[in-house]
Structure formats: structure tokens, C-alpha cells
Design a protein. Structure first.
Length: 486
């Protein structure tokens, strides 16, 4: 069984709140540097002018869909491995690790056709790109696609560390990669004169260094490590990973489709409106960092304790995360609503773009409390192995509610009305997630009780199964913890 590093948090015993925040704080910093990658690129690219900014906005949905697929696999890997470790099956966890590696190799080659300019130009033309925006989109996307394989393998290593309660190592990898990216951006974009292509090339270099760091960390430890050895039951393990990963991918993919659809709607108001929408999303990404940090902590914590059979710790973790995320987002939303200009000033937008971005940010901030609850529940659904519920809620937010409301608001109030589709869609998604929570709780409880009954039955017959014995003990411990906390 993998040894416990000093960086690994004990997810199966002790204070739930303390363990969750130990996982969450490095995750928040990781999310900060992940968002910093987008922010730094956006700041420097915005200095190139509105055409480059619009090109980045058009490219974003494409890169986001690719990232969503790889991240879905990573989340599926984290959940399955943490669940197996919680159940006391390290060898099974290793087989899922190897299966995930082969799956990511396969997925990494899928977007390579867009490296050809003809296919790339036709694709971005379909998304609304024309003239200089179209050519800039190809220059930016070329190196981003080259950087997909190192990003995929780094995310796999990230999943392996998180599933064992180590969120510090992924944080350090993010700091290295994004620190290098931030330093190289002005050099490649302005000093070397590479323009928007320099921004994406700096990203590739940063991702390669992140990958080198996490691979060295894996090699230096006796923790789970991926290997090019085909595990038994490869397709079964792909099915298990993808049963979680595909709903996560579709959830995040719907965000990209929704973003592309919003670009289409906003394109009637000019490139400035598209750029303002993207700037608003960048600021919102910074605001949501604490919630996404808690989201990232919930996935391995919930998966581990479901595998262990401790329903009390699962419920306690969710309540802790919801209370914490709601309190933080109320504070952050208030500050951003009152003072959006200092952050926007980093991008040096024109007065017209700044005014539109301010309107977008302030409208969105009115729905931050709903967003806090919704994002937290997405993490819970993923960690519990029932991400389909989160997928449906995300579809409601990104497509079913946002796009129709944007069209209606645009028809009646013009551009100033479009921005309000954001809080309306967020509220509808949060209410739907709360409704789904009842069914997920019931399924988790029934799953744990069924395994505990099997363990009790086997024990009465004298057939000892170590995994089921552990589940029985965890089920009893769960009852004791709930009683002591009452």
C-alpha cells in the first residue's frame, strides 16, 4: 500500500473541517495559479489590441472543450482511486492509475487536425471569426494544441496526488508552470515580436516544466505511479473512469458551447462586447477561486469516505464546504460589485470596453451566493460518483437558461440586458442542484448500508472479507461520530 507522505491529509479520521480545509487551502492556491495562467495571457494579449483579444475569446471555447475532456478523465481517476484507497484496495487503485494513462494518451491526439491552417480557419470562421481575428485565432491555438499532451499527463499526476490527500504537490506544480509562463509572456510577445503566438508558446513551456516537476516527485516517492503496462480489465476500468469523466466533460463542455453561443449573440454589438464578456469571465474566475478550491477538496474526500463507508463524514464535509463557500462569496461579491475597476485596469481596456465589462461584472455578482452553493454541489456529485446530476444542472445554467434569457433580454433591453442572463441562469442551476441532492444522499446511504449488510452476513457465516469488514467498522464508526456530534 502506498506510504503516507507528510503532505498527505488523513481523510478517514479526525476532524472533518480541519481535514477538508487542509485539502482546500492548497487547492485554492492551485486554482489561483491556474486562473493566473489565463489572466496573465489575457493581460498581455489585450495590450496587442481588440483583434487579438477577440481571437483569444474565440479560441477559448475550443481549448475549454479539450481541457474539459481531459479534466473529466482526471476527476474520474481521482474519484475511483480515492474510493479504492478508502476501501483498502491499493492494488486496484494502481490498475485504475495505469488505465487512466492509456486513456489520456488516446485523447491527447484528438485535436491535432486543428494544427492544419485550412481546418483551423474553417472552424474558427464557423464560430464567427473573420479577417485578422481569424488569422490570430490560428496563431494562438497552434501552440496551445501542441501543449495538450504535457497538460494531460500533468493532470493525471495531479489526480494521483489528490486521491491520496496530497494537494500541496499539485499547488507547487501550478506555481512553477504559471510562474514561468508569466515571465516568458512579455519576452515572447513583445521582445521577440511573436505577438499572440508568443503567449501560447510561453504556456507550452510552462506546462512542460510543470510536468517535469510532478513526474520527478512521483519517481522519488513510493506512492502511486502510472506505468505503460496494460492493466487487466482495461476496458472495464475505462468504463468506470468515463462513467464519472464523461458527465464532468459534458458539464464543462456545455460551458464552452454556452460561451461560444454568447459570443455569437454579442458579436452583433461588435468585437468590444465579446472582449468585455471575456474580461468579465476572467474577473469572475478570480472571484470563484475559494469555491473551486473547496470543490477540488470535496472530490477525493467524499470519494475516500464513501469507499470507507463513513456516511457521517460525507455529510459533514458537504455542510462545511457550503457554509464556507457561501460566506466567502458573499464577501467577495460585495467587494467586486463596488470596486470592479482596479482589476479591469490590468487589461488596459478602452473606455467603451471597460464600461461594458463593469456592467457585466456587477450583474453577475448579484448571483454569487447561488454560484457558491452550485459549485460546491458539483464537487460533491463528482466525488460521490454521481456526476450526472451536476451535468444536468450545468446544462441548465450554460444552455437551457442562459442562452434563451440572453436572447430575450437582448430583444427587450439591448446589450445592457444581456449581462443579466448570468445571475438568472446561476440561480436556476443552484435550485436544481439542491433538488438533486436529496436523491444523491439517498443513493449513497443505501450503497453504504448494502455493503455493511453483506459484511455482517459474511461475518455470521464465518467468511471474512477484509474489505467488507472494514466497511462494517466504518459504518459503525459513522454512527458513533454522528452520535458524539449531536
Amino acid at each position: 500500500m502506498p506510504s503516507r507522505s507528510r503532505k498527505n491529509v488523513d481523510m478517514g479520521s479526525g476532524s472533518v473541517s480541519k481535514a477538508l480545509w487542509k485539502l482546500a487551502v492548497p487547492s485554492i492556491f492551485s486554482m489561483f495559479f491556474h486562473t493566473l495562467f489565463h489572466l496573465v495571457d489575457t493581460v498581455f494579449v489585450s495590450w496587442l489590441g481588440e483583434y487579438s483579444l477577440a481571437a483569444m475569446s474565440l479560441t477559448f471555447p475550443v481549448m475549454f472543450i479539450i481541457f474539459a475532456l481531459i479534466n473529466g478523465i482526471a476527476v474520474g481517476t481521482t474519484t475511483t482511486i480515492s474510493n479504492r484507497l478508502g476501501a483498502g484496495e491499493p492494488e486496484e487503485a494502481k490498475r485504475f492509475c495505469d488505465a487512466s494513462l492509456f486513456l489520456l494518451i488516446l485523447v491527447s491526439v484528438l485535436p491535432m487536425p486543428l494544427l492544419f491552417s485550412g481546418l483551423s480557419n474553417a472552424f474558427f470562421d464557423f464560430l464567427g471569426g473573420t479577417g485578422q481575428v481569424l488569422s490570430e485565432s490560428y496563431l494562438y491555438s497552434f501552440w496551445m494544441i501542441i501543449g495538450i499532451p504535457p497538460m494531460a499527463f500533468a493532470l493525471l499526476a495531479d489526480s494521483l496526488f489528490r486521491s491520496q490527500g496530497d494537494t500541496v504537490t499539485p499547488m507547487k506544480a501550478m506555481i512553477i508552470g504559471n510562474g514561468v509562463n508569466a515571465l516568458l509572456d512579455p519576452l515572447f510577445i513583445f521582445t521577440f515580436g511573436w505577438g499572440i503566438a508568443g503567449a501560447s508558446f510561453a504556456t507550452v513551456v510552462g506546462r512542460m516544466l510543470s510536468l517535469i516537476y510532478v513526474m520527478r516527485r512521483l519517481k522519488a516517492s513510493d506512492e502511486l505511479r502510472p506505468s505503460l503496462k496494460v492493466p487487466e480489465g482495461l476496458f472495464y476500468r475505462w468504463k468506470r473512469i468515463l462513467s464519472i469523466g464523461i458527465p464532468v466533460f459534458l458539464s464543462q463542455g456545455s460551458m464552452a458551447i454556452g460561451s461560444a453561443s454568447m459570443n455569437k449573440i454579442l458579436s452583433r454589438y461588435g468585437a468590444g462586447a465579446i472582449g468585455a464578456w471575456m474580461l468579465g469571465n476572467r474577473v469572475e474566475g478570480l472571484a470563484f477561486l475559494p469555491v473551486f478550491g473547496l470543490n477540488g477538496a470535496l472530490v477525493p474526500f467524499v470519494g475516500y469516505n464513501i469507499g470507507k463507508g463513513n456516511f457521517y463524514r460525507v455529510k459533514k464535509a458537504l455542510s462545511t464546504a457550503i457554509i464556507g463557500s457561501s460566506a466567502m462569496m458573499l464577501s467577495i461579491g460585495t467587494v467586486i460589485y463596488i470596486w470592479p475597476h482596479p482589476v479591469l485596469a490590468l487589461f488596459q481596456p478602452s473606455d467603451a470596453v471597460a464600461a461594458m465589462a463593469t456592467a457585466s461584472i456587477r450583474a453577475s455578482a448579484t448571483g454569487y451566493l447561488f454560484a457558491a452553493v452550485d459549485i460546491t454541489l458539483w464537487g460533491f456529485f463528482q466525488g460521490s460518483g454521481y456526476p450526472v446530476y451536476g451535468m444536468v444542472s450545468q446544462f441548465a445554467r450554460s444552455l437551457a437558461a442562459r442562452i434563451p434569457s440572453a436572447l430575450v433580454l437582448a430583444a427587450f433591453f439591448g446589450l445592457s440586458g444581456v449581462w443579466w442572463c448570468q445571475p438568472l441562469s446561476t440561480a436556476s442551476s443552484a435550485l436544481l442542484s439542491i433538488f438533486f441532492l436529496y436523491f444523491v444522499f439517498r443513493r449513497i446511504r443505501d450503497e453504504i448500508r448494502e455493503k455493511a449488510k453483506k459484511a455482517t452476513h459474511a461475518h455470521e457465516k464465518g467468511k471474512v472479507n477484509p474489505e467488507l469488514e472494514a466497511l462494517t467498522k466504518a459504518h459503525d464508526d459513522s454512527k458513533l461520530e454522528a452520535t458524539e456530534s449531536a
